[in-house]
Design a protein around this ligand. Sequence first.
Ligand SMILES: [Zn+2]
Length: 59
Amino acid sequence: MVSRILQVECSDCGEEQAVFERTSSEIACGDCAAALASPTGGKAEIHGEVVDVLEAREA
Ligand SMILES: [Zn+2]
């Protein structure tokens, strides 16, 4: 199974953080605590700007 990791730039402070595309928990910016992603049951809803996409292969 391949899951994607999104590099999300915080729209408030510009800090970049890696977020799993299918996260099941709320992701907050590590710098200013603004919400970066919210779980929806499928793909996370991204609140910042996606600047890069990485693929992670799971066993
Ligand atoms: Zn921030």
